[in-house]
Design a protein around this ligand. Structure first.
Ligand code: PHB
Length: 392
């Protein structure tokens, strides 16, 4: 009797569990967040994650009656095979509704195949090579592209009377995009590219490149390396060669004058002209509130940078999709909701282009200045509504 009773009870428990399980799964919307949490790009991952956390703190962890669950996975460095395997696990085992994150282009490109196959929307919070969004109709980007920020800078340089530029860029997707975009726009505006070097992504020794630049002494140099440690190392090498005081004009994308590490570069970074989509010194009420909220949560010493804003806006896009679909997740409907979406970002208004799923935004030209004793990127010119010029 006792045995039968137990069996019946166990059976009833299993039945109830089976009935409850799908209901519970539907009550949760899962976001697989793939970032370089370890290795040389770990600081970048932390900043994106901070932006994600801040958004969730401000907007709550449920939306449209669904609980938001973020599943974090460490892609380590530029490791497309690891990123792809992790994304496959997130899709097949964890059944995520979104893939998000992506500091680095090679990882984003590898995961785009997974998103495409599984029809899971993928939201790019940083990776900035133009082609990524063309890899699948399931990819959308809220960050930026290198051609998008580089073209306005090349045009500004030509207008400013600079006629000869040497290019120093990282030898992978975003660096190649930046070099090509600079050369095309600058020569179209009458300038000359007097030489170019592509520097390896993995452990580059910038001192050799800085030395060569010192020997060449061009009128100006254009720089792109990924933000964070590499930007710091590049600036150190240029300063050691005396290049920051040599009269060679330094132009760069905002990755090099990254807000997060700018203060640590010291006065060597003064007067660098850069272009980017976000400066933490951007003067708008929305950005002031964002910077204050960020400092309240993470402390004054960790500046929010463009990566944090990418994480924050990426979450805004995801929450908006869930809201519009009333929590009924479906990959194709999610992409339809992302197309044309407008977001009031701390950087200013942005839109996800309906045709390309890439971000449209204002690009600012900035100069590194000391304001109240701190090095910041001061915006002094801008071009509104810039689409990715890398798209056909
Ligand atoms: C990229 O790999 O796409 C990437 C990484 C860091 C940046 C910009 C682009 O600062």
């Amino acid at each position: 009797m006792r045995r039968i009773g137990f069996g019946v009870l166990a059976g009833a428990v299993m039945l109830v569990a089976a009935l409850l399980a799908p209901a519970r799964a539907q009550d949760t919307i899962k976001i697989g967040l793939l970032l370089t949490y370890s290795g040389p790009f770990a600081d970048n991952a932390r900043r994106i994650d901070n932006g994600v956390q801040l958004y969730v703190k401000e907007h709550g962890d449920s939306i449209a009656g669904k609980k938001i669950e973020i599943i974090r996975r460490d892609t380590t460095g530029a490791a497309p095979d690891i990123a792809k395997r992790l994304a496959q696990e997130l899709v097949t085992r964890d059944k995520v509704d979104f893939l998000a994150g992506f500091v680095l282009t090679p990882n984003a490109l590898a995961v785009a195949d997974v998103a495409n196959e599984a029809k899971v929307p993928m939201v790019i919070m940083n990776a900035a090579t133009s082609i990524i969004t063309s890899k699948s109709p399931y990819v959308a980007r809220v960050s930026f592209t290198l051609p998008q920020v580089t073209v306005p800078l090349a045009q500004w340089a030509a207008r400013d009377g600079i006629s000869q530029v040497y290019l120093m860029t990282s030898d992978y997707g975003p660096g190649r995009d930046a070099a090509a975009a600079f050369e095309k726009s600058f020569t179209a505006a009458g300038g000359t590219v007097v030489g170019a070097v592509a520097m390896p992504l993995q452990s580059p020794d910038f001192s050799a490149y800085a030395q060569r630049l010192n020997d060449l002494r061009p009128q100006a140099v254009f720089l792109f390396v990924p933000a964070g440690q590499q930007a710091t190392a590049l600036m150190k090498a240029l300063a050691e060669q005396g290049l920051t005081r040599s009269g060679v004009k330094i132009l760069a994308t905002g990755d090099v004058t990254d807000d997060a590490v700018l203060q640590g570069m010291g006065d060597a970074a003064l007067n660098i002209i850069s272009s980017h989509h976000y400066s933490y010194a951007h003067s708008s009420p929305a950005n002031k509130a964002y910077v204050e909220a960020y400092a309240a949560q993470f402390g004054d010493d960790i500046r929010p940078n463009f990566m944090s804003v990418g994480g924050y806006d990426g979450m805004a896009a995801i929450y908006r999709v869930i809201e519009q679909l009333h929590g009924e997740m479906d990959g194709a409907n999610a992409m339809a909701a992302l197309k044309g979406m407008r977001i009031e970002s701390p950087r200013g208004p942005i839109q996800i282009d309906a045709a390309t799923r890439d971000v449209v935004q204002t690009v600012y030209i900035r100069r590194v200045e000391k304001v109240e004793g701190k090095l910041v990127n001061v915006e002094f010119d801008k071009v509104d509504n810039v689409k990715d010029p890398g798209k056909p």
